[in-house]
Design a protein around this ligand. Structure first.
Ligand SMILES: NC(=O)c1ccc[n+]([C@@H]2O[C@H](COP(=O)([O-])OP(=O)(O)OC[C@H]3O[C@@H](n4cnc5c(N)ncnc54)[C@H](OP(=O)(O)O)[C@@H]3O)[C@@H](O)[C@H]2O)c1
Length: 257
């Protein structure tokens, strides 16, 4: 059987880009999804129906897999995120421990969010699993920032927490993940962030300008540990590798609209 790279989370923003890059270099790809393959799917890769919460189909999805790029995520908080990684690791061990490449998030150990605690728990599980691994922490994707702004722009004024962001183009994250997947297991590698560190209000005004919307932007000093961590810049990476696409250039290009 031809060796495959298994991509979890292949139906979402990052996984889709990873799959496209692997296919472009002629790599065998198997995608994992809880859903059946859509009828209109182009069929250039294998499709494994599997669920990392129940474990259904996960062992079969591992057959002949040399590398796993783990982009699936349980957004609903700490427990699900760590649980799905544990399920994947158990199946990976049973299948002979292929190289596991995991996408994490910058400074998850310094920002008090339940989801980030789940990512941190996942990192720890991977590090202690005995499965050869590479972990890349990336900054927030431009897509995420745009969708936060689109939500806030539904109001007559745009309320935003005071703070700074260094968002990155998901395509550059996918480039890096594929490079890592083709290489040897590297442990925790250097973080990847966008080219600029920008105030939330400044980024929101760029969003309004480029999308042709007009709203006042209010940056607010919100109470609580999370917003304090953001205000104090605990979400900002110290010395990351930097992508080249700014939020504005990405928006202006119309990427992923
Ligand atoms: N968004 C950001 O700004 C950002 C920044 C840095 C790092 N990251 C990380 O990048 C990764 C990908 O993010 P994303 O926004 O592209 O995707 P996402 O929305 O975080 O994850 C959704 C994906 O996970 C899969 N999934 C969820 N539960 C599953 C389960 N029980 N079994 C199997 N698959 C399951 C879904 O597959 P199906 O629905 O097809 O089953 C879907 O493809 C995440 O780990 C995230 O933490 C994100």
């Amino acid at each position: 059987m031809q060796e495959r790279t298994l991509v979890t989370g292949a139906t979402a923003t990052l996984g889709r880009e990873v799959v496209a890059r692997l296919l472009a270099i002629g790599h065998g790809v198997r995608v994992m999804s809880r859903r059946p393959r859509p009828a209109e799917d182009p069929q250039h890769y294998e499709w494994a129906v599997a669920d990392l919460t129940t474990g259904r189909g996960v062992a079969d999805a591992m057959a002949g897999v040399r590398t796993i790029v783990h982009c699936a995520s349980g957004r609903s908080g700490r427990q699900k995120e760590a649980y799905i990684t544990r399920t994947l690791l158990e199946a990976a061990r049973q299948a002979g421990s292929p190289h596991l490449v995991y996408i994490s998030i910058i400074n998850i150990d310094q920002v008090p969010l339940a989801y980030y605690r789940g990512k941190l728990a996942s990192e720890k599980l991977i590090e202690e699993s005995g499965v050869p691994f590479t972990i890349l922490r990336a900054a927030q994707f431009h897509d995420l920032v745009r969708s936060l702004f689109a939500g806030a722009a539904k109001l007559p004024v745009m309320p935003l927490p005071t703070g700074r962001l260094q968002p990155v183009d998901v395509r550059e994250v996918a480039d890096r993940l594929v490079e890592l997947a083709l290489g040897e297991p590297g442990g925790r590698v250097r973080d990847l962030a966008g080219p600029e560190i920008r105030d939330t209000g400044d980024l929101a005004r760029a969003y309004l300008r480029i999308t042709g919307k007009q709203r006042p932007v209010w940056t607010l000093k919100l109470p609580g540990k999370l917003f304090r961590a953001l205000r104090e810049g605990h979400n900002i990476a110290r010395d990351p590798d930097r992508g080249s696409a700014t939020f504005e250039s990405w928006l202006a290009e119309g990427a992923h609209r």
